[in-house]
Design a protein around this ligand. Structure first.
Ligand code: NAD
Length: 483
């Protein structure tokens, strides 16, 4: 029997065992088999990472930006050459299908490519004559030590929203990955070192709440990037802001897709199936609710039902598997409770994912589930389930559909299926969501644009990625000079 590794923290360019740590099992969610044990590190471990970051920061800040960028170019090459290995690791620890894991690696690589543009991104601006003989200029500098706290659902992409740009801008970065998916982060660290990153510029401290709160309280940490569930995002935002830190906290979602009567039905169905059930619905850009407008409801629901019944469920490493497990058995139980709540509240259960549960020997599987005639006073409409459960709400007009979507307390993504330019414009102008798709199922922006939810989907001002990311990880100095 293979021995189960106890993971270590990555501090000062080497693997360091945690001080007095307890360990938590990391199971492969498709099999239940324990593949590693993750330390729940203490504040002492965080303190060591901060000390390593502090001692590396001055030299890193003074490293010319093109030199920093060259390390990211080398890193991009390494990620490309380890693509399959990274994708397999994501499937093993997260459960999503290999195809989706492969796509996730691509999204991570794109962030590194964006960050490698640091020499351009870091440029300031000058005006040679603000008055006779006087010039003024804006210069960008790194903040110092910054921290990132990430969720389980994108073990590669979400950390890559943060550290490549943060270090390209000259900061030292400390990552606390999700304790449920800690393995991929360790490979990211090893490859960074291979790419030539100096020791201490990037560290990993594994753990949970104690490390998060330690980061919030630590006076040497200047800024925190957080991605995760809404209550934790709000806690991190409020308490880190109270400590005087810069914070961006990306939170939960309940994304609506509106289907108009003129929509290309087959395109809408295949996009919605992918967006609702891909990655087991564990995506902040997942389609959680379809609003079917007018007479399209009956054929749409019929086709969604047929398509969901063709979905292959199983271990994501097996060929053709589309739907893998959810992350933990507790999350499976939580999802089954939501399905039961939907039935109790009077929604019509068109496809029952609980049936799939009985067909699996091990792992945390929930089959695709579709509810029709969902109302906005139901719990299954109001709360983020984060699992392969799709609700269909019926509306008579686009205006009513937008009104329904806008009643959600979340505002991450929203999609519209139509060919009408007028409807698209009305949707874009009126919908409450930061990332819009038109005849596209998962409109996640690429790395050079901001990831821009709002309402209870985001806390802060500057979003992840794009120019917002550069603003977040730099501080500006204005100089006015007379010569
Ligand atoms: P989570 O909130 O449980 O965990 C996120 C991070 O916070 C982890 O590193 C975890 O260790 C830490 N954490 C958990 N509980 C904590 C507590 N009480 N105090 C301090 N720290 C705590 O989230 P998750 O289940 O890993 O991820 C899924 C959630 O993330 C979903 O709500 C999803 O919508 C959201 N998400 C949002 C985006 C976005 O861009 N808006 C992207 C990905 C995921």
């Amino acid at each position: 029997m293979a021995t189960i590794p106890n993971l270590q923290n990555y501090i000062g360019g080497r693997w360091v065992p945690p001080v007095n740590s307890t360990y938590e099992d990391v199971p492969n969610p498709a099999t239940g088999e324990v593949i590693a044990r993750v330390p729940l590190s203490s504040k002492e471990d965080l303190q060591a990472a901060v000390a390593a970051a502090r001692s590396s920061f001055e030299a890193w800040r003074d490293t010319p930006v093109p030199k920093r960028a060259r390390i990211l170019f080398a890193y991009q090459q390494l990620l490309v050459s380890h693509w399959e290995e990274l994708a397999r690791l994501i499937t093993q620890e997260n459960g999503k299908s290999y195809t989706e894991a492969y796509g996730e690696v691509q999204r991570g690589i794109e962030c590194v490519e964006f960050a490698a543009g640091a020499p351009t991104l870091m440029m300031g601006s000058q005006l040679p004559d603000i008055a006779t003989g006087i010039e003024s200029g804006m210069y960008r500098y790194p903040l110092g030590i910054v921290a990132g706290i990430t969720p389980f659902n994108f073990p590669m992409m979400v950390p890559c929203w943060m550290f490549p740009l943060a270090i390209a801008c000259g900061n030292a970065f400390i990552l606390k990955p999700s304790e449920r998916t800690p393995l991929l982060a360790n490979r990211l660290a090893e490859l960074l070192t291979e790419a030539g990153l100096p020791a201490g510029v990037f560290s990993i401290v594994h753990g949970a709440r104690e490390i998060v709160n330690g980061m919030i309280e630590h006076p040497d940490i200047q800024a925190i990037s957080f991605v995760g569930s809404q209550p934790v995002a709000e806690h991190v935002y409020r308490s880190a802001a109270a400590e005087g830190k810069r914070v961006q906290a990306l939170a939960g979602a309940k994304n609506h897709s509106i289907v108009l009567p003129d929509a290309d039905l087959d395109l809408a169905v295949s996009n919605i199936i992918n967006a609702a059930f891909g990655s087991a619905g564990e995506r902040c850009m997942a389609c959680a609710v379809v609003v079917a407008v007018g007479a399209i409801a009956e054929p749409l629901i019929q086709k969604l039902k047929e398509a969901s019944e063709r979905i292959k469920i199983g271990n994501g490493l097996e060929p053709d598997v589309f739907l893998g497990p959810v992350i933990r058995s507790s999350h499976k139980e939580r999802t089954l409770n939501y399905i039961e709540a939907g039935v109790q509240e009077g929604a019509s259960l068109v496809v029952d994912g609980r049936c799939a549960v009985q067909t699996q020997e091990s792992g945390y599987f929930v089959g695709p589930t579709i509810f029709d005639r969902v109302q906005t006073d139901m719990k299954i409409w109001q709360e983020e389930i984060f699992a392969p459960v799709l609700s269909v709400v019926r509306a008579d007009t686009l205006e009513e559909a937008i009104h329904i979507a806008n009643r959600s307390e979340f505002a991450n993504g929203a999609c519209l299926y139509t060919d009408s330019a007028k409807a698209i414009r009305q949707f874009r102008d009126r919908i409450d969501a930061g990332m819009l798709g038109v005849n596209v199922g998962v409109p996640a922006p690429m790395a050079f644009f901001p990831f821009s939810g709002y309402k209870k989907s985001f806390y802060g001002d500057l979003h992840a990625n794009g120019r917002d990311g550069v603003e977040f990880y730099t501080r500006k100095k204005m100089m006015t000079a007379r010569y």
